[in-house]
Design a protein. Sequence first.
Length: 284
Amino acid sequence: MAQDDAVIAILLALGTALGYGVANYLAPVLGRRMPLAAVLLGSQVAGLVVSVLLTLGSDLTMDAAGLAFAVAAGASNAGALACLYRAAQTGNLSVISPVAASGAAVPVLVGLVSGDRPGPWQLAGIPLVLVGIVLAARRPPVGPTGPGGARGIGWALGAAALFGTFLTTYAGAAADSSSGALVWSRVALVLTTGVGILLLRAPVRVAPRDGALVLVPGLLLALGTFAFGEATRIGLLSVVSVIATLNPVVTVVLAFVLLRERPAAVQRIGAALALTGIVLLAAG
């Protein structure tokens, strides 16, 4: 892999982290004042529209294996988002954020087992980024158990497992067709979300003034997913997946700026470790 390709892949993965980080800040905030199902469905429909626009004129044909990966990616992404946003409603964020971020371990292990061979600096950078994500996403607990208790932890663990599955299966789909992976995974995401809402009979009605707001997270997630697919085509899965999961750092920064939250010392250390890890990944 050429050095230029490696740098481009890292930049694309950082774009994924930015898009996901902003979306994962906005969606839980919106979900606290309107039905969560409305946020999930509205944002994912918007994401599908953006995905179609991004791939106009592209060949969306995929072989059977690639299409299966795309469908699995969409379904696991739907579950991950539902679990993450639910966890933000019911659990202690000081526990949820690091637990959800641990999903990065799934594609890292898959990539290494399947033959990815990062350089020595990249091998040093991967654990630094992972540790940095966990530390930067931590917040001091409100109390011994925090709101939501074990239920919040369970949702966060589900989000971690499903998000790691999404990263891995989406990379498999993008290896066949980047455009096809983006569109068909989004179709599967919308369908899975819709079926879940119907089965749970969850409310989706929102006030007209809020209609446009629910679209924004989906737009950002679609753009981030497109960037991730491109990154996996030209970079190492074990490297770009870790960078893409820097999104909790983005969310923490937004909370610091917009909600006037002040990070603890451990968060500052985590951010520094994550940035150091990115430098090592780029230097590899």
